[in-house]
Design a protein around this ligand. Structure first.
Ligand code: MFK
Length: 219
């Protein structure tokens, strides 16, 4: 499967690239929030556009030919920096930072104006996006990875924009299928529940599954 890339970067080089990725993506996330919420006049919009287009031209001077992919390093680490949920290099990603404990994986993340659906509330699709990744990464961490086959979300209460907590656990494994459950909560109250069925795809079965089991990706 293409898009899985093997690299051999020193710890110093990895740390340097991580700093660069986080700094540029953080600036663009701030820009996204500023864009959603700006009330400036047309002259300021025109000036901001000029500066943004200049910044885009600088970044376009040297680009990957396609997406970032998933990169393995010789030290055993794995980077998913382009990932839409975790990607430290992706300004669309909140980014979600996952914490894995023996029985539970969790995250706490601030969702601002860019993630709005109903007024003042988190978009249901954004919650499904976060749950998909959280549940999928939980399966991966427990060494039973897979692609999302089915994700079922029950929205129990509205989720206000702001700080949310996600938690997930592997419920059971049946052959190539891993069943994972999870929740989103705010101030200790569950607002959404999910179950995901993650399936180790045919192309990754047998020896090839090692590449998916080796480590859990860092965003
Ligand atoms: C790989 C590690 C990734 C870790 C990151 C996770 C977080 C990211 C999550 C994602 O965004 S993944 C992207 C969204 N998902 C996809 O694009 C998946 C697209 N679908 C596929 O690639 C295949 O349809 C799939 C891998 C899900 C299943 O195809 P297979 O050909 O490998 O399945 P197969 O026909 O061998 O069936 C295996 C078992 O799964 C069952 N099954 C198949 N598709 C299913 C489905 N969609 N939902 C539930 N069960 C399903 C099937 O009935 C069978 O059950 P039994 O073993 O009990 O007989």
């Amino acid at each position: 499967m293409s898009g899985y890339i093997q690299e051999d970067l020193s710890p110093e080089e990895l740390a340097h690239r991580a700093r660069l990725a986080s700094s540029i993506a953080g600036s663009v996330r701030d820009l996204i929030d500023a864009t959603v919420r700006t009330e400036v006049d047309e002259a300021d919009i025109d000036e901001a556009r000029r500066l943004i287009e200049a910044a885009t031209a600088i970044l376009r001077k040297d680009q990957l030919p396609g997406p970032f992919g998933i990169r393995f390093n010789t030290d055993g680490t794995k980077r998913s920096w382009g990932n839409a949920v975790l990607g430290r290099r992706n300004p669309i990603a909140p980014p979600v930072v996952l914490h894995h404990e023996p029985d539970v994986s969790w995250t706490e993340v601030e969702l601002g104006a860019a993630y709005e659906g109903p007024a003042g509330l988190v978009h249901g699709g954004v919650l499904a996006l976060i749950l998909d990744q959280l549940l999928g990464s939980t399966a991966e961490y427990q060494q039973v990875p897979g692609m999302t086959g089915t994700l079922t979300v029950r929205y129990r209460k509205a989720t206000p924009l702001g700080r949310i907590r996600g938690e997930a656990r592997v419920d059971r494994v049946d052959g190539v299928k891993t069943f994972v459950t999870g929740t989103i909560s705010v101030d200790g109250k569950v607002t959404a529940e999910a179950e995901g069925i993650f399936i180790l795809p045919k192309w990754a079965r047998g020896d090839k599954s090692d590449v998916l089991r080796r480590s859990v990706g860092e965003g």
